[in-house]
Design a protein around this ligand. Structure first.
Ligand code: COA
Length: 428
């Protein structure tokens, strides 16, 4: 690979260096281009733009590779747990036995949800969307820890370990508390003796105030889903979180904003849309062929298919497809929509439209089926995505804060009205 590139505009040449990553991914470093030429580069949607140098996650979308801190997702899914992978994503190395114990302890010792956060949750209308409540809940949580939201990078970094543990612990408590509130059920106490997912599932679904035992297969399935969502480099919500962090805001603010960015149907909301689509197909009695036809005609999109980065099978979807069978069997649940999903995938993968556009199942295609079988209401699926993604958002906040980098501030090509004269109201 050359180590420099030249852009020629008319008779002027602009020399730019090539920046290469550890996995040999290269890009043209345009940082000096505007200064040299007075021009900006234009990349609507950032599909060709590297916004940062990062050490957290590597993706090769053409080959379907995903690694957290160098470790293949397949290996982590088989051998690790959500909390261990969260530590890896945030701190860069697999923890020693003592480090993992200390991290688990910090998360489980982070305490009960402050009453003021519970009051914020319960101040929302009962039918409020759980993503709105989650974002507000994280903000409210931050205000209960004024020493951790100084918006001074040095100070916020000094207490980052505690902030990270508080957020990872509380994010599921906010979700569970809101679920019980809207179901008209009394909250269930957190039990630090339980594992992360057992505790969460018990706070969600227990029929008694003290929390019942959760079958290991159930908590294992949820742990896997969280682990597979822990980070995914510069996606919409992570980039939003980094953008907020770049202005010097604290981790709580960065995560509350990332939650909002995740909400949309083209990002974290797709797992809900997949179930809606599969349910509609099931109710219509069709095998999915009509839906595929409508997607090919551009009338709709096959939800859970396609990805901005993967032009191959999303490795997380492959793992979840395998996990679907065992999770459903362990739960003793049969899911007619799983058969529809399998059929849709089989048909789409042989169809010229999807082959030509390199559209494969993404992580959302199978995750919703497991979450539904676990008993989560559909409108909570994106909240579960957020719980899994919290370690990634925190890792990126830390990376930005430690780099001490400048504020992110893209430019634009202005296409609006040119200068005009203000007309008083009576003359318009
Ligand atoms: C994820 C997604 C937003 C990526 O978008 P993108 O990289 O910008 O891809 P584009 O929107 O440019 O699509 C490229 C082509 O594939 C088509 N396409 C993309 N996803 C499609 C889908 N799910 N169903 C049908 N056609 C699809 C587009 O219509 C476009 O066709 P064209 O070239 O004839 O215009 C898109 O694939 C999508 O909307 N998927 C469904 C939602 C989803 O599952 N999101 C979760 C992501 S993890």
């Amino acid at each position: 690979m050359e180590d420099s590139a030249t852009i020629r505009i008319g008779n002027d040449n602009y020399d730019l260096s090539i920046i290469t990553g550890t996995e040999d991914e290269s890009g043209i470093d345009v940082r000096s281009f505007r200064k040299q030429s007075g021009l900006i580069t234009f990349d609507d949607g950032y599909g060709n733009t590297g916004s940062c140098e990062s050490k957290v996650t590597f993706i090769d979308g053409d080959k379907g590779i995903l690694r957290y801190r160098g470790y293949p997702i397949e290996e982590l899914a088989e051998k690790s747990t959500f909390l261990e992978s969260a530590y890896l994503v945030i701190y860069g190395e697999l923890p020693s036995h003592d480090q993992l114990q200390a991290f688990r302890h910090r998360v489980s010792a982070a305490g009960v949800l402050p009453e003021s956060v519970a009051s914020v949750i319960e101040a929302f209308p009962q039918d409020a969307h759980p993503m709105a409540v989650l974002s507000a809940g994280i903000h409210a949580l931050g205000t209960c820890h004024p020493d951790k939201i100084s918006n001074d990078r040095v100070k916020d970094l000094a207490v980052f370990d505690e902030s990270a543990a508080i957020i990872i612990s509380a994010i599921r408590k906010i979700a569970a508390r809101h679920h019980r509130f809207r179901m008209g059920l009394a909250p269930v106490k957190s039990n630090p003796e339980k594992t992360y997912c057992e505790n969460f599932l018990s706070m969600m679904f227990s029929k008694t105030d003290n929390g019942e035992a959760v079958p290991p297969a159930v908590s294992k399935a949820l742990d896997l889903i969280f682990l597979l969502h822990a980070d995914h480099e510069q996606n919409c919500s992570t980039s939003t979180g980094r953008m907020i962090a770049s202005g010097g805001a604290n981790p709580f603010a960065s995560l509350a904003g990332a939650v909002c960015a995740l909400w949309g149907p083209l990002h974290g909301g797709a797992n809900m849309a997949v179930i809606k689509m599969l349910d509609e197909i099931h109710e219509s009695g069709d095998d999915g062929s009509r839906f595929i036809l409508a997607a090919k005609e551009g009338k709709t999109r096959l939800m859970g298919f396609g990805h901005r980065v993967y032009r191959n099978y999303d490795p997380r979807a492959k793992i979840l497809k395998g996990a679907c069978d065992s999770a459903l069997e362990a739960l003793g649940v049969s899911s007619p929509i799983l058969d529809i999903a399998r059929h849709l995938e089989e048909v789409a993968l042989q169809d010229e439209y999807f082959i030509k556009r390199k559209l494969y199942p993404n992580v959302d295609f199978y995750s919703g089926i497991i979450l539904q079988a676990l008993g989560f209401p559909t409108d909570m699926f994106t909240v579960l995505f957020a719980i899994g993604r919290a370690p990634g958002w925190l890792a990126h906040w830390k990376e930005i804060a430690e780099s001490g980098g400048k504020i992110h501030r893209p430019r634009q090509i202005y296409q609006g009205a040119t200068e005009r004269v203000y007309l008083p109201l009576e003359e318009r």
